[in-house]
Design a binder for this molecule. Sequence first.
Ligand code: ADP
Length: 211
Amino acid sequence: MVIGLGRFGGGLAETLVGMGHEVLGVDLNAKNVQQFSGILTHVVEADSTDEQAMRQLGAPEFETAVVAIGTDIEASILTASVLADLGVTRIVAKAVSQAHGRILERVGAHRVVFPERDMGIRVGHSLAGSILDYFELDPGFAIVETGAPAELVGKTLAAAEVRKRYGITVVCIKPAGGSFTYATPDTVVNEGDILVVAAEKRRAEAFGELS
Ligand code: ADP
């Protein structure tokens, strides 16, 4: 169940349907509901802060409910609290600030996501060195997609001693115009290659800024 079919909720709901899941989209706004009818499994125009309405929609039976309301913080918190009262097993909620996130957790959200902050972090990293994309797995660990540093060009990963020297693991590698393949110790790095590396955050950042 995805509540709030704005940019975030809409994209999320469409992705889940594309992955073969059944998704009920709920929104207060008739235009948004109409926009997603035919795309999602079901769409309903309803106010998610209304406990009775949510019960009638069968909210407790859904595997997961996503609260994708950001702008109206009051509606977001009330919705998460209604879902928690109804005993929904997994409530995922989007927060627009740390304080909003804390309250969502207090009222019963099991997972809180911060899409704007996370996208800011990713774009920020993509502006440094030749980092193309950045994904934080844990506060201290990251996956980085980056261009091949000049000092690695012409060497195999084993000869370049990437683990020892840079503290990173090259997961996969893509030649210019080609596609990704798993990296092995014998993989030779060429100019223009794209590398996906996993490492401790500061090591991953430093590696991405080499080139
Ligand atoms: P985004 O930034 O992802 O577009 P918004 O907060 O702007 O997120 O949009 C959230 C959506 O949630 C809107 O389409 C809005 O109509 C819907 N919404 C807001 N309050 C409620 C509510 N009480 N019940 C159902 N849907 C709601």
